[in-house]
Ligand binder design. Structure first.
Ligand code: ARG
Length: 401
């Protein structure tokens, strides 16, 4: 019986070489290369050609943009997810989608191994492997670039020898990963954390210094999900693309951070996530007027935990589902709008409204017509102060004794 491997294929040099190496080095008879469209800026046609040239028996292009928008991106917005307070999980969100597509096709084809092109130093190996195993329990997982460390020159030589076309344009000096939710840039000169990011590293955002005059965008939400821009209804993946363009022109969503990888290495990453940061700011602002104080306290406490869980590769896990069940329960009434002023480098929320707002002007106001029960405040403070007063009295008598 022929032995088949299903590979998460990106079209790049690493995974192209992996196709040939799976046959040569691992003895597979057939390689199924799965290319998943999650909104990355890629030329799929040459990528498919390269896959066949490398010896793939089949290269399948799977479009998962819409699902990625409706599932991972939607849940990340509901969770206001920012890893270590800053990174909107761009790559961490796409890996489960890609891996699930590969595992499903592997199962359907009766492939006995699933393969990814990650090295041993990153987070992505975790995300791929956990998601592979969640969809194809017991499957053999192979990581050719972790089993053997290749230099770029070795890969180029290997590809040339086997007639795998190597891209003519000079390779980017950075390692890039992108999808519809944003772009991650690392390596090259950026490895020195003191080096200022050069303008050429960015593709989705203009320099904040070149931002046009501030402009407003009104984001409409329904049960926590962004559904419209300036009153125009859009499916989430299109809304994100549109907002990336609009907010990107202001340099919004540029992030330069040192992050802690799951495997214990610190790394310097640049991100571009104009829509992600704008949507999270708008969503939080709407939650602020709709949710009760206790819901907000609980939710804001869980949000960074969700982000860490997903960063660490646990998308397909009962824990993530349980967090999401809680988040979903809080979102029923989070319907309304937030107005964001797009300004140089920052999305500034300037208004929020919802027919379900708990915010009551008559209670908050210092003006006439207010309804706050002033005399009740006195009793409330008498009780609230009890312990402080007792403790202070205890200190005094201890000092006198
Ligand atoms: N550090 C980010 C993460 O683990 C991005 C990884 C991919 N980055 C890249 N520039 N290739 O989610």
């Amino acid at each position: 019986m022929s032995k088949t491997a299903a590979l998460a294929y990106s079209g790049g040099l690493d995974t192209s070489c992996a196709i040939a190496w799976l046959k040569e080095g691992y003895g597979f008879d057939e390689v199924l290369a799965v290319l998943v469209d999650v909104g990355q800026d890629a030329d799929f046609e040459p990528a498919i050609g390269r896959g066949y040239a490398a010896g793939a028996d089949e290269v399948v292009l799977v479009d998962r943009k819409q699902e990625f928008g409706e599932e991972q991106v939607a849940k990340a917005v509901l969770a206001n997810a920012l890893y270590e307070g800053r990174y909107p999980l761009i790559s961490a969100l796409s890996r489960p989608v890609i891996a699930a597509a590969v595992a499903e096709l592997a199962l359907a084809a009766g492939a006995e191994a699933v393969v990814h092109g990650c090295t041993g130093k990153g987070n992505d190996q975790l995300r791929f492997e956990l998601a592979f195993k969640a969809h194809y329990p017991g499957v053999r997982v192979i990581a050719p670039l972790r089993d053997r460390v290749w230099t770029r020159d070795e890969e180029i030589a290997y590809a040339r020898e086997r007639g795998i076309p190597v891209e003519a344009k000079p390779a980017s000096p950075y390692s890039i990963d992108d999808n519809l939710f944003g772009r991650a840039i690392e390596a090259g000169i950026l490895e020195d954390p003191w080096v200022e990011p050069p303008e050429e590293a960015f593709a989705l955002t203009a320099a904040p210094a070149d931002a046009p005059a501030p402009a407003d965008v009104v984001v409409g939400f329904e049960s926590g999900l962004p559904v419209a821009l300036d009153g125009e209804p859009l499916p989430l993946h299109e809304l994100v693309a549109e907002l990336n363009a609009r907010a990107g022109a202001y340099g919004i969503g540029r992030i330069d951070m040192i992050e802690n990888r799951a495997i214990g290495i610190k790394s310097r990453e640049l991100y571009e996530a104009p829509a992600a940061l704008t949507l999270i700011a708008a969503h939080q602002a709407l939650e602020d007027v709709v949710l009760t104080k206790a819901e907000l306290v609980a939710k804001r406490e869980l949000e960074p935990k969700w982000a860490k869980l997903v960063y660490d590769g646990l998308w397909f896990s009962p824990a993530r589902e349980a967090y999401d069940a809680f988040f979903a329960a809080t979102q029923r009434l989070v319907t309304g709008e937030a107005r964001v002023s797009l300004q140089a480098g920052a999305p500034v929320v300037t208004g929020r409204r919802s027919e379900h707002a708990l915010y009551a002007e008559t209670l908050a106001s210092y003006g006439a017509g207010e309804t706050f029960p002033h005399d009740a405040a006195e009793g409330f403070i008498t009780i609230a102060a009890l312990e402080v007063e007792l403790a202070a009295a205890r200190e005094r008598s201890a000092a006198l004794a």
